[in-house]
Design a protein around this ligand. Structure first.
Ligand code: HPA
Length: 268
């Protein structure tokens, strides 16, 4: 039950009220190590919380003051391809909501569909395409969290995107912008699929974020999304795809990534 996790965290938190929730994707979890706060190990302590099984995802909740704000970090996430329901995959986001979070920053590693993008680029998500074939809101609606048919016209809020762009410009970080398309994974895409995704308007492809963004928007939270481009998507270059390349390029991008997130949080 979500309420068990929420109560568990509330007991640990004492008077800590998180205003920002940040989900750290593949290879990007290090940021939470820099927070001086309370760490909750999901795999053990947190009732019912899903524990990640993928390399590059630690699976911890870290709560603390970060750049002057009360922030709740999900260090690593779970994915649909791990065999979990989207209800479980999006549980951390619902926990964010029930703890009072207003703004959610979702991050991920993604492949470049847009041929102008390069590995280690950062991309601000302007919108998404749900190509997973499933939707996290299927099932009985919880009217306390949101409406049955939520509007999705502006999930990734313009004011947050403007803020991210300003922070990147101030830091001299090149920030791409584009549409993120999510597949269920876990296999990478074929070159034919990537060509189709490009025709559909996608700039980057990955296996996460979209379910969390749908649920965060549904719950009335403001969403920002940042992709770390970790590889050329299938067929964009001659190179074969591998998870180790994803982790290597996330590592190269992480300095800019961390500086950007810090500045965004400070200015939120
Ligand atoms: N495809 C799908 N998911 C990904 C990729 C990719 O190329 N890179 C990182 N996550």
């Amino acid at each position: 039950m979500i309420s068990d996790s929420v109560n568990f965290i509330k007991n640990k938190l004492l008077n800590f009220e998180p205003e920002i929730g940040i989900v750290l994707g593949s290879g990007l979890g290090e940021l939470a190590d820099e927070v001086n706060g309370i760490t909750i190990d999901e795999s053990g302590e947190l009732p019912d919380f899903p524990a990640p099984t993928v390399e590059g995802h630690k699976g911890r909740l870290v709560l603390g003051e970060f750049e002057g704000k009360n922030v709740l970090f999900m260090q690593g996430r779970v994915h649909y391809y791990e065999g979990l329901s989207l209800d479980k995959v999006t549980m951390p986001v619902k926990v964010f909501k029930l703890l009072g979070v207003k703004t959610v920053i979702l991050t991920n590693a993604a492949g470049a569909v847009n041929k102008r993008f390069n590995p280690a680029d950062l991309m601000l998500i302007t919108d998404h395409i749900n190509f997973m074939g499933v939707n996290p809101l299927v099932g009985k609606n919880n009217d306390k969290l949101g409406t049955r048919f939520p509007d999705m016209s502006e999930i990734y809020k313009k004011n947050l995107r403007d803020l991210a762009k300003k922070c990147a410009a101030d830091l001299g970080i090149k920030l791409r912008e584009g549409v993120y398309l999510a597949t269920s994974g876990p296999s990478y895409e074929t070159p034919a699929e990537i060509n189709m995704f490009r025709l559909m308007g996608a700039d980057a492809v990955g296996m996460s974020t979209v379910p969390e963004a749908i649920v965060a928007n549904y719950c009335g939270m403001n969403v920002m999304g940042i992709s770390c481009i970790t590889n050329y998507a299938a067929g964009v270059s001659d190179k074969k795809l591998s998870h180790s390349e994803v982790i290597e390029n996330a590592d190269i991008a992480k300095k800019d990534f961390k500086n950007l997130i810090r500045k965004i949080v400070k200015n939120l």
